[in-house]
Design a protein around this ligand. Sequence first.
Ligand SMILES: Cc1ncc(C[n+]2csc(CCOP(=O)(O)OP(=O)(O)O)c2C)c(N)n1
Ligand code: SF4
Ligand SMILES: [Mg+2]
Length: 467
Amino acid sequence: MIKSAQGFYETFERREPGTKATHFCPGCGHGIIHKLIAEAIADLGLQDRAVFVSPVGCAAFCYYYFDTGNVAGPHGRASAVATGISRALPDKVVIAYQGDGDLGAIGFNNAFQAANRGEKFACFFVNNSIFAMTGGQMAPTTLPGQKTTTTPFGRDVVKAGYPLKISEVFNQLEAPVYIERVSVADTKRIMQAKKAVRKALEIQRDGKGYAFVEFLSQCPTNWRMDALQAADFVTNEMEKVFPLGCLRDRSDMPAPAPKPIPQKTLGDLFHSSGNGKEAKLDESFREKKFKFSGFGGQGILSLGLVIAEAAGSAGRFVSWFPSYGPEQRGGSASCSVVISGREVGSPTVDNPDVLVAMNQPSLEKFLPTVRPGGTLVYEASIPLTMPVPSGVKVYAFPAMKVAAENGVPKAANTALLGALTALGLHGLPEPEILAALDASFAAKPALVEKNRKVYKAAFAWAKENLG
Ligand SMILES: Cc1ncc(C[n+]2csc(CCOP(=O)(O)OP(=O)(O)O)c2C)c(N)n1
Ligand code: SF4
Ligand SMILES: [Mg+2]
């Protein structure tokens, strides 16, 4: 039974409606630690900012107690979850609460890496020298000689290693702001633990960085002791291996500021025009799905982007979805473009209306996926050796030849754009297409006219030979 602190819910509904009793065994350290944290959250006025990440273990139910934001992490991953929350919501005060099995065993690496990165959260680490919830198996922190269900003759350090001193290990890292080991075995020690909890939360309140508090905590049930014996065991046995004290306090130092990241828009990154206007709902427009594919470096992603840009400028809803993968190293790259009269449900294109293929692997991969009634436009120098699905129209277009004959051998993608316009396959107004094409060369203005020339020649060739 613990007296309710303000940071707790009024009553704890886990066991029975209206109770103020926790589910912890009598004499368990978790309840004391919970209370210290709840009081500190309330006293520091952090209740609305606090997000608690609960562990797996005897404290798994802390979301029944803390009247704060609560997220349950998988076993050992509270530090990873806390990292995500504190990065996504930097104004929150994030608390990872973890046991010694949780943090010291299954979750050691992600907790250690989070400490090493100096993530902005408080990690409250409850060391009761045992896997308590599962019935008292050896934990990394089990003392030499300590009997557990998996070390019935006592922990043999030759076979099972030495107790892992997590605070000392973390103290080798540069980033943590604060590391302290405390105990909740008696009143004097609890008062020190209370100060440590507050300090860790103040560090979070002030956005200073990573704070780690290790609590030596009693588990009378699995230690097969009564509450007083368990408290003595913490003080007389655990403290010998895990000495109490503050290992580090850099809370007076200013928080290091990360290098600012230049804020770039997609338009900056892909040299798009930024001329898109607000899309208009047009239920009569039949959604068109495109797949553009070829070797990495053939400009296939830019071709898709120019069409997506033009569609945006024409007031359509549009998505552009590139796929690089390992294909960039000599294989194929592709992008999917969806042009729609309403919000695009999914940017992926499994069955394109129009497939543009600039190399053999893309033909082989995507031709069987073109929907009946769809169209294939492919680079004419590639041998088309595979069967064409029924109902698919095929155009062989010599994009590389047209581009080379018009002075820009690399502009086969622009040539394809001209052919797509001539064949009426994107259905977009030509001024928008040309504006998007020009904008794609904003960083290389010398290429604007040259590409226009390729585009026009390709348009004319396609009209004459394919139209
Ligand atoms: C992925 C996964 N593996 C194993 C378990 C079983 N399990 C539940 S609690 C626990 C150990 C908890 O020990 P500790 O973190 O020390 O917490 P305590 O119960 O001692 O407070 C384990 C292994 C689990 N829930 N999930
Ligand atoms: S088993 Fe141990 S750690 Fe779990 S609630 Fe009981 S005393 Fe606490
Ligand atoms: Mg434990």
